[in-house]
Design a protein around this ligand. Structure first.
Ligand SMILES: Nc1nc2c(ncn2[C@@H]2O[C@H](COP(=O)(O)OP(=O)(O)O)[C@@H](O)[C@H]2O)c(=O)[nH]1
Ligand SMILES: [Mg+2]
Length: 207
């Protein structure tokens, strides 16, 4: 069983906890208690015919504390980056979250699925984030991640209706697999080069 640590990132109130609860099969509640610290849940899934276990971290509350950030991001291999289509500010804050993720996880540019949530509320508001804005942003992000062997994707969800919640997690899993494969190949190449180097320089230690 491959265990994959993933995180949910994005401004407070965009629907991270609701998306996680939906994915865990717990339905949708209009009211949530603000979680203290980081919430942690697991779910087994199948991605590309491979069994995986998601370890899902969902930061609630103190999103800006350094101490929480370290344990939260460390070792994670992917993220759902969530914004609320009815709150443009949550869309404009997304680069800040990506920067925080890629800086603190210890693995650099890990896969991200851009999740435009609350699409059930799009008709109710004039000032919404358009699908095009989401796609343009995601394409720009993909330019940064293609050298790492994977694309970023854009998904529109509603935790309320459940639309595309499973799709978001599946897409993330598929791209994490590509990322992990590439890393394995790279580290095999590196260790081959390293052993060649060791042979040609006898007595020298490799760190
Ligand atoms: N209409 C609607 N409300 C949502 C959706 N997702 C979350 N909410 C509501 O938005 C509020 C904040 O959601 P929550 O999951 O706690 O946000 P978090 O702070 O990002 O974890 C809650 O009242 C949810 O019920 C959605 O897709 N549609
Ligand atoms: Mg939450």
């Amino acid at each position: 069983m491959t265990v994959l640590k993933i995180v949910l990132i994005g401004d407070g109130g965009v629907g991270k906890t609701a998306i996680r609860e939906r994915y865990l099969g717990k339905g949708f509640k209009a009211q949530y208690l603000l979680t203290i610290g980081a919430d942690f849940a697991m779910r087994d899934d199948v991605v590309n015919a491979t069994s995986i276990r998601y370890q899902i971290w969902d930061l609630a509350g103190q999103q800006r504390f350094d101490a929480v950030r370290e344990v939260y991001y460390k070792g994670c291999v992917g993220a759902l980056l969530v914004y609320d289509v009815t709150r443009p500010d949550s869309y404009f804050n997304t680069p800040k979250w990506i920067n925080e993720l890629w800086t603190n996880n210890g693995r650099g540019r890990v896969p991200i699925i851009v999740v435009a949530n609350k699409i059930d509320m799009r008709e109710l508001s004039d000032d919404t984030v358009s699908p095009e804005q989401g796609r343009i942003f995601t394409n720009r992000l993909t330019k940064l991640t293609q050298p790492e062997g994977f694309d970023c994707h854009y998904v529109e969800t509603s935790a309320k209706t459940g639309v595309n919640i499973q799709a978001a997690f599946t897409l993330l899993g598929e791209n994490i697999m590509k990322f992990v494969d590439k890393q394995r190949k790279t580290s095999r190449t590196t260790s081959r080069l390293r052993s060649t180097a060791q042979r040609s320089v006898p007595g020298q230690r490799q760190y």
